[in-house]
Design a protein around this ligand. Structure first.
Ligand code: C5P
Length: 402
């Protein structure tokens, strides 16, 4: 997720420059805005037209071009971004950066910027290993410049070794991590269940419930937004996959439990799914027919596994924090408090789902957070705001401020 982030991409003159349109495309798909500066060498390997088309922006090239300077001074160009990325970064541009040489627009912008710089080196293995390059790398790293790669592999020159530019996918992932570095849940893992389950009766019929998955999906998005590596185990529904979240789609309670187990270990688990308490004992192999029957068919139900209780059970893989929901229509707080004790979870979020509240398919939710410290009544909030507030509380608990 790079929503709204502005990246200034400096493309210097290595063969790997041909991969930069793909890199720009990926960064933009993640939500970033990308503006490109092309060195003279870079322009030998990728055209300004290609970069302009994928970035949907002007590609800047010459410091002494009056057009470029009038449209956007090099200082502004270097400061407007949230991050400057040099990819590919040749041995030459790394050497210029080390020395503070500013003899074209790219190196001038790199010298003028007050923003973080990441570089993705790309060069022949001998050039990479050369003492001069190694010295430059150490100097740049000591100044806080971040390195992505290089990787080991076949080189365009026919040799093999360290010096290949990281693939665009890996560069994009490293940039996502870079922006996550200061977030309160960076380094943690979360698991969220969401939506209803469908328990088959026969190949065409199933038992379901009214859960929309809005609240659970919003919680997964909020946890990922705070930097947690989040898995969302989602029952059938129409909610779009939240960005930056690993989504595992399931149908039944049994599948949901299995998917949750696969996602362990996690630091926090939030069970927001409306899991069917029962499933049909023997699912009919073919559609149950009405015609030719003397009696109305009866369904024999068996109990489903309780995912929340199972995740809350003591053991090595128990998450540090397990949170359940208690959707009730009567005696909300008493039932929710009893449920917290019965399931063994740490927190429970009680919400009234009586039809008049419109909670099930609506956008708002009125909840009470029950912890070992007591009951907190939250005001009626949008489900997205409930999610953000909850994620904030989770962050305070998992990584308390020093
Ligand atoms: O028992 P009840 O369904 O009311 O409990 C609600 C809480 O338990 C919710 O957090 C729900 O996600 C979770 N639950 C579960 N597995 C079940 C039933 C409920 O995880 N089989």
């Amino acid at each position: 997720m790079l929503d709204g982030k502005k990246i200034l991409l400096v493309v210097s003159g290595g063969i790997a420059a041909y991969k930069t349109p793909d890199l720009v495309r990926r960064l933009r798909q993640l939500g970033a805005g990308v503006r490109c500066v092309l060195t003279r060498g870079g322009a030998q390997f990728v055209t300004p037209l290609a970069l302009g088309a994928v970035s949907e922006d002007t590609v800047y090239q010459e410091i002494f071009s009056l057009t470029d300077e009038n449209e956007m001074g090099h200082i502004r160009l270097s400061r407007e971004a949230d991050l400057v990325l040099v990819a590919p970064a040749t041995a030459n541009i790394l050497a210029k950066m080390t020395q503070g040489i500013a003899d074209d627009l790219a190196t001038t912008a790199l010298l003028a910027t007050d923003k973080p710089i990441l570089v993705a080196p790309a060069m022949n293995v001998r050039m990479w290993e050369n003492a001069a390059t190694q010295h430059n790398i150490k100097t740049l790293a000591a100044r806080g410049i971040g390195f992505i790669g290089p990787e080991e592999g076949d080189m365009a020159c026919g040799e093999w070794g360290l010096g290949r530019m990281s693939e665009p996918e890996a560069i994009a992932a490293a940039i996502e991590n870079f922006f996550r570095r200061d977030l309160p849940l960076t380094g943690t893992r979360s698991l969220v269940t969401s939506g209803p389950t469908h328990e088959a009766i026969d190949p065409v019929r199933y038992i379901a419930n009214r859960s929309s998955g809005k609240q659970g999906h919003a919680i997964a998005a909020a946890l990922a937004g705070l930097g947690s590596q989040t898995t969302l185990v989602a029952g059938p529904g129409h909610q779009p996959d939240p960005k930056g979240v690993d989504v595992v789609k399931v149908e039944t309670a049994v599948q949901m439990l299995e998917a949750c187990r696969q996602a362990l270990p996690v630091d926090v688990a939030v069970c927001a799914a409306a899991v069917s308490d029962w499933r049909v004992d023997t699912v009919a192999g073919g559609k149950i027919k009405k015609s030719g029957r003397k009696k109305t068919p009866a369904l024999k139900l068996v109990e489903n596994p309780d995912i929340l209780a199972s995740l809350s059970a003591p053991g090595n893989s128990r998450p540090r924090l397990v949170i359940g929901f208690a959707a009730e229509t009567d005696d909300l707080l008493a039932n929710a408090t009893a449920k917290r004790a019965k399931k063994g979870c740490d927190w429970i979020i009680a919400n009234d789902v009586s039809p008049q509240t419109g909670t099930f398919s609506g956008d708002n939710n009125t909840v009470h957070l029950i912890t070992d410290k007591g009951v907190e009544d939250w005001p009626t909030l949008a489900k997205t705001d409930v999610a953000e507030r909850l994620a904030g509380r989770i962050a305070e608990t998992l990584s308390p401020a020093p």
